[in-house]
Design a protein around this ligand. Structure first.
Ligand SMILES: *Cc1c(COP(=O)(O)O)cnc(C)c1O
Length: 348
């Protein structure tokens, strides 16, 4: 059948990381939080259910926006909510990039960006990271048709961060808006929210899937200047966030104490994971996210991924053409990471 737009039949489609339904495996492949969210989330969702679901949800999720605005130090009309931050990335791409135009992204980074460009019939222009995961000025060079740039910061799979001063300069030099994807920023030393106030070309997206331990809830948001939000609202689905996710996310962002305690645990385990992998000869990259990227200069890593999987430990094997492969391992509990490390010690 050939009624589809040619872009659709030509594209591969984004393939999410494996989501096995067994609960006896140690899942370290998609950067979920190993700990349950603050119990306030369950209570808030329970109350929302009791109140009934017969009415449409608040299209702008104002209860969440009001609370998030206080936490971030902006006004509520600087925030737009989404059904996961993937929804936000979709809205932004649809708003700025048309067919035949160009979306810029660094390489290697989040694979979904390319899929979003393909859906628009647009070109995804990849700018390679330097071998040390820094970004050259090529990232901000003008070119015809360039309409939007994505910068995951911290990046995946590396966990590395482009410092705020360089992001400021990139944004100033770029001839188009820059979306800084801060899905992992709660685990980092810094973030770019301040740049949104300085420059209306900068937008920042956040996710509840990683640092708030709510990947199953599907909630994310973007911070941008109000006149940008006003245009993005036209692109989103009218009710893109359901009543339960709005209630849950509002309770989650209200508990900043939980966030700080969880962050401290993840950072401590991240350190153990990084050192443990280096002892095994991996060239593990210093991470500011809740995962660590581990290439190995001598040992082929794909067989290690397969053997770990046989043993019930699922990590992410990534092979980036022209760059190289490695194991991206999410920071689990201390116990999960120790199990993973001791299995690897038996293999290498
Ligand atoms: C996980 C992730 C997201 C998506 O988060 P959701 O809120 O679950 O949609 C976005 N960007 C990057 C870089 C991610 O790793």
């Amino acid at each position: 059948m050939s009624y589809f737009r040619p872009e659709i039949t030509a594209m591969q489609g984004y393939v999410p990381g494996e989501q096995p339904r067994r609960d006896d495996i140690i899942k370290l492949n998609t950067n979920e939080n190993p700990y349950p969210s603050t119990p306030a989330v369950q209570r808030a969702i329970g109350m929302a259910i009791k109140a009934g679901l017969q009415r449409y949800p608040d299209p702008m999720a104002d209860s969440f926006r009001n609370r998030a605005a206080e936490v971030l130090g902006v006004e509520p009309n600087w925030i737009l909510c989404g059904n996961g931050s993937d929804d936000i990335l979709t809205i932004v791409t649809r708003a700025f990039v048309g067919a035949g135009e160009c979306l810029r992204l660094p390489y290697p980074s989040y694979i979904l960006y390319k899929t979003l460009a393909q859906l628009q019939g647009a070109e995804a222009q990849e700018i390679r990271f330097q071998p040390d995961w820094s970004l050259s000025d090529d990232f901000s060079k003008a070119r015809s048709g360039l309409k939007l740039a994505f910068l995951p910061n911290p990046n995946s799979p590396s966990g590395t961060v482009i410092p705020i001063d360089q992001v400021r300069k990139l944004a100033t030099d770029l001839p188009c808006p820059l979306l800084v994807d801060e899905a992992y920023a709660d685990f980092a030393d810094s973030n770019c929210v301040a740049l949104v106030k300085e420059n209306d070309k900068v937008m920042v997206s956040r996710s509840f899937s990683k640092s708030y331990a709510l990947a199953g809830l599907r909630f994310g948001f973007i911070v941008a200047q109000p006149h940008i939000i006003e245009q993005l609202v036209k692109v989103k689905d009218s009710y893109n966030c359901d009543a339960l996710s709005i209630a849950g996310a509002t309770a989650a962002i209200d508990d900043q104490e939980w966030l700080a305690a969880n962050r401290a645990k993840i950072l401590a385990t991240r350190e153990k994971l990084t050192l443990g992998m280096r002892e095994l000869g991996f060239a593990s990259v210093d991470s500011q996210a809740n995962f660590v990227w581990n290439p190995h200069p001598e040992v082929p890593v794909r067989p290690l991924y397969l053997r770990l999987k046989d043993e019930g430990v699922l990590v992410r094997y990534m092979d980036y053409p022209g760059w190289g492969d490695g194991l991206r391992i999410s920071v689990g509990t201390d116990e999960q990471i120790e199990t993973c490390l001791s299995l690897l010690r038996g293999m290498i």
